[in-house]
Design a protein around this ligand. Structure first.
Ligand SMILES: Nc1nc2c([nH]c(=O)n2[C@H]2C[C@H](O)[C@@H](COP(=O)(O)OP(=O)(O)OP(=O)(O)O)O2)c(=O)[nH]1
Length: 152
């Protein structure tokens, strides 16, 4: 049987110079509850993967997105990132084009994380190589201007 395709988004603040990405904490099933993931879900039979991504983000977070480049896995022969047996995940950089991310039924917390905080979360184990690839692409958050420089 072919792998079931899962699609997910690295939802970032800016597609050109991303500094923060949205992580979501799962509520189910019990063995995955409490672990952090990239929002997304399973592609339905016959569904286009990018359409599935837009559907999942609308259902789970109530946002519409601009879909950017795919975050391709390093194994050239592989399409997508292997998860647990029987599941493979394709991932796209996305930015919110409409709405504000809200917690739905699939998640009980959302967090915008930057390169210095993304590894503080308890990610699903199969996501760890993905998190490394995201960190490699996140730009540092600009430090606030020193006091006394505003307006000068
Ligand atoms: N969405 C998502 N799923 C992930 C990630 N990492 C990972 O191992 N998975 C696994 C968890 C699940 O076994 C599977 C995705 O299934 P899901 O439960 O999110 O899919 P779904 O929303 O379509 O829900 P359902 O139809 O199964 O109820 O992929 C990730 O970063 N994001």
């Amino acid at each position: 049987m072919p792998d079931q395709l899962v699609v997910a988004a690295v939802l970032v603040d800016d597609l050109v110079r991303p500094t923060r990405a949205l992580a979501a904490r799962r509520t189910r099933p019990p063995e995955l509850a409490g672990r952090w993931e990239l929002p997304g879900g399973k592609v339905e039979p016959g569904e286009d993967p990018v359409d599935a991504l837009r559907r999942e983000l609308a259902e789970e977070l109530a946002v519409e997105v601009e879909v950017g480049e795919e975050l391709v896995s390093p194994g050239e022969a592989l399409v997508g990132w292997p998860l647990t047996a029987g599941l493979v995940m394709r991932v796209w950089w996305c930015a919110i084009s409409s709405g504000e991310a809200h917690v739905g039924e699939a998640h009980d917390a959302l967090a915008w994380v930057d390169a210095s905080s993304i590894n503080d979360l308890a990610w699903l184990t199969p996501d760890l190589p993905l998190v490394d690839a995201v960190v490699a692409r996140l730009a540092p958050v600009a430090p606030p201007p020193p006091p006394g420089t505003l307006g000068s």
